[in-house]
Design a binder for this molecule. Structure first.
Ligand code: MGD
Ligand code: MGD
Ligand code: SF4
Ligand code: MO
Length: 808
């Protein structure tokens, strides 16, 4: 079995520019199971990050016993990373899966049957609808369900209940990706594709630790870096990540200063005359607006503000300005940092300036993180209207009303849909009284956890949690619904480069667990939602009928799925949308003709002021008449919120290669749990010297909101920065079993541990995308105890001990 623990990226298969990425098939089977023992292989794709690596699930005696990468798929050509290889199947087969619904009785959660659980929800729902109206209902969902499930949720919340309070954890994840694409290009939808990695001459990774967070895509990059026509690599990250180690230029910016750097890069590209004037004149608007923001950002000014060298800024700009083909990727170091949308749009702007979109090797990948974040955005489960429709465009609302056969007035569109943090705020104020949480664990993943716990624990908030496990969040629920996991249900999902995969059911769910789709359909049926002609609003027979319904919804929109079917997705590779009469085989690249969906009748948004977040009015947008041109947009630089003498360091939180989020799957996968078993915090060598800290000494980290206690890694972060993984909640999945289905959990048992990074974070949001700033919290670090035990931080990743000697 391949070792993806010590050898995360596997053996190299170098290839030249323009060549095809060679196949390398990775396979894992349970101990004692051999290939010939496998009863059947069932087609699927991995749901442990946005890369969406295609794989087949090995089934033996009705159980998942392993996986194998699909050689024929364009995304991974057979490869799998540590999570895909191990956690995809082991993470859902654990003995403590929820198998029956739970309801709260006299303060405790007790097992019950589905009728009891659903009727409890429906009766609360009905009485709230009668007394308070639809705005009393809030839905907080995920980037990890299937397309059909989101679309069902979109229909039931928008056309059934009529509540505007629906969002996904995609708000924490890729809201800025979507917003940046809407602002620049008129619509969500990745312009480029992974094949552009094969074709490019330079790669820019902006706040993206791809080596750990999309390990298989990083293998592709490594194979180019070790191939004959090595592309240049530029990394923008305050830590010495694996990406930084390979980079030609590493811009280790001070956290929160991305926008100053971007202004500097744009200024330099313009000043050196590297602009594609013809492209800009034909396909863009507002280039004149850029100068006011960037004039002062000379390489020297950037160097002072960002703490990097002016020479490196010049060199990075030169690589961008003179390479014929550049791929840029952007992720949380930008999206979860200060001025996220304005910074992400400057990456789009660089590509527009150089005319580097829509042709091989020229791509901006405003990345996704979660495996199905794209679908949450497409299907309207994340604070948008389905099919990338614009809530402010009456015609778009009318299209949906016609499709669903409901009164347009039923579909909330008086203002922007409520974003996630605002839904929690509505619950805090008492106006949302039923909060339905599906496939996300906010008691670990939302910022400022002490506040989130108070909101979830409030007596008058009715909380429904739909999950695989009794999570930190489920412990606050009034009703817990046991969901079928990946491999136990069928559906489709779309990765970060628009590649759609079908994931087929391989095994039966445990006990009485049901698919999220079945749960949503059951709720809609019990609520008796009807169309105008009196038909049931939502009565699909299963996922395939849901997919067909979605195809109609997507017709004529940028994310057009009309030419796709389950049948077409079986057997071969995943297919990239749009797939329609014009593009029957799918579409690798958008905007090949330089025409963008910015006409008023097609745009997903009329746009915002990126500095204030104020929406642009329809009238003003129509007068501006973008007519298919992209827009240069950004904002003046403000800089990160300031640190104080009390909290002099900046906490940036993020990920390690071995764990996925709140570890509900990876913490239950023995090899991954062992690779990173416990919380840690990383500090720089100079900060450790100043604080008298040695490797594994225990520190207390305090912010304005809370504290955590964890051992120290003397690491390769920038001085003044503290890095902490956000994976560790109160559950110790890997080592201790909570004992049975946790049926007796009590509210007060819920997460009170002091190891979740979000004990510390604050609620600060980007003004346009409303994505939280998870990467910039002022903190103080104090030593509380001597080193005990081995270091829990991995030594194979960005978290390895500092190269320049350590404080030990
Ligand atoms: N192993 C693993 N892979 C995952 C996930 C996982 O949990 N584990 N989750 C998936 C999901 S949902 C997501 S969203 C992605 C996230 O993928 P990434 O965005 O790659 O991951 P992060 O570790 O959150 O942040 C990336 C980098 O941002 C840097 N950073 C911090 N502050 C700043 C700043 O101000 N400026 C810049 N330029 N950089 C900064 C950090 O040092 C960090 O290395 O990963 C996906 N893949
Ligand atoms: N401090 C800090 N906080 C962060 C981040 C950060 O970088 N720093 N990153 C943010 C980002 S980008 C993200 S994406 C979020 C992730 O945060 P969460 O979404 O809270 O993380 P997960 O652990 O993935 O939670 C998913 C839940 O869904 C359950 N689940 C899995 N599959 C299914 C299914 O098919 N059906 C149902 N019903 N349940 C299922 C899992 O058991 C798990 O409990 O965290 C955010 N929070
Ligand atoms: S790169 Fe992402 S999708 Fe691929 S195997 Fe790893 S976790 Fe799964
Ligand atoms: Mo994410």
């Amino acid at each position: 079995m391949p070792d993806r623990i010590s050898d995360i990226w596997g053996p190299r298969t170098p290839y030249p520019r323009g060549g095809q990425w060679p196949v390398r098939v990775d396979q894992a089977l349970a101990d004692g199971v051999h290939e010939e023992d496998v009863d059947r292989w069932v087609q699927s794709a991995c749901v442990l990050c946005s890369n969406g690596c295609a794989l087949d699930i090995a089934v033996k005696d009705g159980a998942m016993v392993g996986v194998r990468g699909r050689a024929q798929d364009v995304v991974n050509r057979g490869r799998l990373g540590p999570k895909g290889l191990h956690a995809s199947w082991q993470g859902v087969a654990h003995r403590d899966r929820l198998t029956r619904p739970l309801v709260r009785e006299n303060g405790r959660l007790v097992e019950c049957d589905w009728d009891t659980a659903m009727e409890r929800i429906v009766s609360r729902s009905r009485s709230l609808l009668a007394d308070k109206g639809p705005g009393s209902h809030g839905f907080y969902t995920s980037g990890q369900l299937f397309l059909e499930e989101y679309y069902a949720l979109g229909i039931l919340t928008k056309a059934g209940l009529g509540t505007p309070h629906v969002d996904g954890n995609t708000r924490l994840c890729t809201a800025t990706a979507a917003t940046a694409m809407k602002e620049s290009f008129g619509s969500d939808g990745q312009p480029g594709c992974y094949r552009d990695v094969d074709e490019c001459d330079a790669l820019f990774l902006y706040g993206h630790n791809m080596a750990e967070t999309q390990t298989v895509l990083w293998s592709r990059v490594l194979d180019r870096l070790e191939g004959p026509d090595r592309p240049k690599l530029v990394c923008v990250d305050p830590r010495v990540t694996e990406v930084a180690r390979w980079a030609d230029v590493h811009l280790a910016v001070r956290p929160g200063t991305n926008l100053a750097l971007m202004h500097g890069l744009v200024r330099e590209v313009v000043a050196q005359g590297w602009v594609d004037q013809e492209y800009v004149a034909a396909h863009t608007l507002h280039i004149g607006d850029l100068a006011q923001h960037m004039d002062r950002w000379t390489p020297e000014a950037v160097a002072r503000e960002c703490g990097v060298s002016a020479q490196d800024v010049r060199e990075a700009a030169r690589i961008f300005g003179t390479s014929p083909r550049v791929v840029s990727t952007v992720l949380q170091g930008f999206y979860q940092s200060a001025q996220a949308t304005a910074s992400a749009c400057q990456v789009n702007n660089l590509h527009l300036l150089r005319g580097m979109l829509g042709r091989p090797g020229c791509a901006v990948l405003q990345m996704n993180g979660q495996p199905t974040a794209q679908n949450a955005r497409e299907a309207g489960a994340n604070g948008d209207l389905p099919g990338f429709r614009n809530w402010a465009n009456a015609e778009h609302v009318a299209q949906l009303a016609a499709l669903w056969d409901v009164d347009p007035a039923r579909i909330p569109h008086d203002g922007p849909p409520t974003h996630a943090l605002q839904i929690f705020e509505e619950a805090e104020r008492g106006s949302v009284e039923l909060l339905w949480i599906a496939a996300t664990n906010p008691a670990v993943s939302l910022p400022q956890l002490p506040r989130i716990r108070d909101i979830l624990a409030a007596e008058d908030l009715f909380v429904v949690v739909q999950d695989l496990y009794l999570t930190e969040t489920a412990r606050y629920a009034d009703v817990v619904l046991p969901a079928a996991a990946w491999g136990e249900k069928t559906g489709t999902f779309t990765n970060a480069d628009r590649t759609v995969h079908l994931s087929e059911q391989a095994v039966a769910p445990p006990g009485q667990a049901r698919s999220d789709l079945d749960i949503f359909l059951d709720y809609a049926r019990r609520m008796g939602f009807r169309t105008r002609s009196g038909e049931p609003l939502l009565d699909w027979s299963g996922p395939e009928e849901g997919f067909d319904a979605w195809r109609e919804c997507s017709r004529g929109r940028p994310c057009d799925y009309t030419g796709l079917s389950y049948e077409m997705l079986r057997g071969g590779s995943g297919v990239q949308w749009p797939v329609n009469a014009e593009h029957p085989e799918g579409t690798p690249r958008l905007y090949t003709d330089g025409r963008f969906p910015t006409r008023a009748h097609e745009a997903e948004s009329y746009g915002h002021d990126l500095h204030t977040g104020e929406s642009m009015a329809e009238e003003a947008y129509r007068v501006m008449a973008p007519e298919g041109r992209a827009q240069f947009k950004t904002a003046p630089y403000e800089g990160p919120s300031t640190v104080s003498t009390e909290h002099p360091l900046r906490l940036a939180t993020g990920r390690t290669a071995y764990h996925f989020h709140t570890r509900t799957k990876t913490g239950r996968t023995p090899v991954l749990d062992a690779a990173a078993p416990e919380m840690w915090v990383e500090l720089s060598v100079p900060d450790c010297e100043r604080l008298g800290l040695r490797e594994v000494d225990v520190v207390r980290v305090d912010s304005e909101h809370g504290h955590v206690t964890a051992p120290v890694r003397v690491g390769d972060v920038r001085e003044g920065t503290v890095f902490a993984p956000f994976h560790y909640g109160s559950g110790r999945h890997g080592t201790t079993s909570p004992g049975g289905p946790g049926a007796s959990a009590h509210r007060s048992d819920a997460s009170r541990g002091h190891r979740a990074a979000n004990e510390l974070t604050h609620t600060e949001l980007d003004p346009v995308s409303h994505q939280p700033v998870f990467k910039n919290t002022p903190v103080r670090v104090t030593r509380v105890a001597d080193a005990t035990g081995p270091a829990p931080a991995p030594a194979t990743t960005a978290s390895r001990p500092a190269r320049a000697g350590t404080g030990t």
